[in-house]
Design a protein around this ligand. Structure first.
Ligand code: CDP
Length: 224
C-alpha cells in the first residue's frame, strides 16, 4: 500500500513548514521538511570548506552521514548523528542553500532519502518543499502551492525570527526572499513550480488557522 502524501510547495517564507506541522498534527500524520535536508547538505559542505561541487557534496553527505532521523512527530536532519535542526537555519546556510540545491547529484541523494523516509513511515506524511508535488511525489493525492506577497512573507519571517519588523528590514528581507525564489524557480533541475493539479493557496489575507483548516479539509476529502 502506498503512503498517503500531502505535498506543500511554494516560495521561501510562505509558511510551508509551520503549516505542514499543524496539518500533520491535526491528521496524525508525520511532518517532513525537505528544505532541512538541503540545508543540512549545505551546512556539511560549508563546515568541510568544500567547493560547490555536486559529486563531492553528495559523497561527503553519504560518508558523514547527512540523514533524516525519525522523531515522535516526524523527522529531523542529522549530521554524523548530531541534531542540526537549529544549525541549518543559520544565515550563512540560507545564503548558499539555493546554489547547493541546484546541483543534480545533491538532488538525487536528497530525493532518495525523502522517498525512503516516507515509505518507511506507517502513517501519512506531510512534506513541504519546492518540488514535492512535481518531482518527489507527483502521485501525491493532495498538493498545495502556498504563496503570499513577498512583503507579507518578509514580515512573517522577521517576526518568526524575533527580529524588528520596520520598513527597511522588511524591504531587505523581501529582496533576499525574492532572490532565492528566482534562483529556485530558474534552475534546470526540479525548479520551484506549481504542479498543474495543485491547489493554489494565497495566504496574504488569510489567518494561520484558515490556511491549516483549508488543507485539512482537502486532505479529509482526498483520503476519506
Ligand atoms: O524555510 P525556507 O522557506 O526559508 O526554505 P527551506 O524550505 O528551508 O528551503 C531552503 C532551500 O532549499 C530553498 O531555497 C531551495 O533552494 C531548497 N529546496 C529545494 O530546492 N527543494 C525542496 N524540495 C526544498 C528546498
Amino acid at each position: 500500500m502506498s503512503v498517503s502524501v500531502i505535498a506543500i510547495d511554494g516560495p521561501a517564507g510562505a509558511g510551508k513548514s509551520t503549516t505542514a506541522v499543524a496539518v500533520a498534527k491535526r491528521l496524525g500524520f508525520a511532518h517532513l521538511d525537505s528544505g532541512s535536508l538541503y540545508r543540512a547538505m549545505t551546512l556539511a559542505a560549508l563546515d568541510a570548506e568544500l567547493p560547490i561541487d555536486g559529486q563531492r557534496i553528495a559523497a561527503l553527505a553519504e560518508s558523514l552521514p547527512v540523514r533524516l532521523a525519525l522523531t515522535a512527530d516526524g523527522f529531523r536532519p542529522e549530521i554524523a548523528g548530531v541534531d542540526v535542526t537549529n544549525a541549518v537555519r543559520a544565515a550563512s546556510v540560507t545564503a548558499r542553500v539555493s546554489e547547493v540545491a541546484a546541483l543534480a547529484p545533491v538532488r538525487t541523494a536528497v530525493g532518495i532519502m525523502l522517498r525512503a523516509a516516507a515509505s518507511a513511515h506507517p502513517r501519512g506524511i506531510v512534506m513541504d518543499g519546492r518540488d514535492i508535488g512535481t518531482v518527489v511525489f507527483p502521485q501525491a493525492r493532495v498538493k498545495v502551492y502556498l504563496t503570499a506577497s513577498s512583503v507579507e512573507r518578509a514580515r512573517r519571517r522577521l517576526a518568526q525570527e524575533g527580529r524588528s519588523v520596520h520598513a527597511v528590514a522588511v524591504q531587505r528581507e523581501s529582496d533576499a526572499l525574492d532572490a532565492r525564489d528566482t534562483a529556485d524557480a530558474g534552475r534546470a533541475v526540479a525548479p520551484l513550480a506549481q504542479a498543474p493539479d495543485a491547489v493554489a493557496l494565497d495566504t496574504t489575507e488569510m489567518t494561520f488557522e484558515e490556511q491549516v483548516d483549508t488543507i485539512v479539509l482537502l486532505a479529509r476529502k482526498a483520503f476519506s
